[in-house]
Design a protein around this ligand. Structure first.
Ligand SMILES: Cc1cc2nc3c(=O)[nH]c(=O)nc-3n(C[C@H](O)[C@H](O)[C@H](O)COP(=O)(O)OP(=O)(O)OC[C@H]3O[C@@H](n4cnc5c(N)ncnc54)[C@H](O)[C@@H]3O)c2cc1C
Length: 154
């Protein structure tokens, strides 16, 4: 099954969600594909239970949800970080599709890009990587494919 859409954002971490927030405000058609089943995957599943931010609370700046509480110089714990992501998602009703891992990208000459997930193909004019690119698997997806997008034909 093929779904056509103007822009696809891969990854629903803070970068992907922030981008989706601004695309939504600009009225641009898009979806965010996120492999995890819930928001805040990096913080929820890739940090230990006693984790706290190492950057001060004032630097927590999801758009429209910037930290304004009473401890700007504090370091919020994991639970609080996740709660803020959940609240952000709820407030903004962003078009995130969870449990949707992008397996492969197929750049084409027709200025569209196919994104293959387990059971579906998405076709879009624009693709934005917001996968964090810090782990080997994700960065290989990035490097293998961004190098040959229609706008950057190597
Ligand atoms: C131990 C540790 C501590 C940190 N502490 C701090 C801190 O105190 N303060 C701070 O500001 N920063 C901190 N960081 C950095 C911070 O976590 C990152 O800067 C931030 O998570 C980057 O956000 P992002 O949206 O770019 O990527 P991520 O948060 O990594 O989000 C990427 C998303 O893409 C999804 N994804 C990846 N591949 C695919 C795919 N193929 N298909 C679909 N979805 C996919 C992932 O599931 C994930 O949800 C820390 C990092 C680490 C590792």
């Amino acid at each position: 099954m093929v779904e056509k859409i103007e822009s696809v954002v891969i990854g629903g971490g803070q970068a992907g969600l922030s981008l989706s927030y601004y695309l939504s405000r600009a009225g641009r058609e898009h979806i965010v594909l996120e492999k995890a089943s819930q928001v805040a995957n990096a913080w929820r599943n890739r940090r230990w239970d006693s984790f706290t931010l190492i950057t001060p609370n004032w630097s927590f700046r999801l758009p429209g949800a910037e930290y304004t509480d009473s401890e700007p110089e504090g370091f919020m714990p994991k639970k609080e970080i996740i709660r803020r992501f959940e609240q952000f998602e709820l407030q903004n009703q962003l078009p995130v599709r969870y449990s949707t891992r992008v397996e492969r990208l197929n750049p084409s000459k027709a200025k569209s890009i196919s994104h293959l997930t387990e059971d579906k193909v998405y076709e879009s004019k624009n693709v934005i990587f917001a996968t964090g690119c810090s782990r080997r698997q994700e960065s290989s997806l990035c490097h293998a494919n961004t190098a040959r997008t229609p706008s950057n034909p190597l």
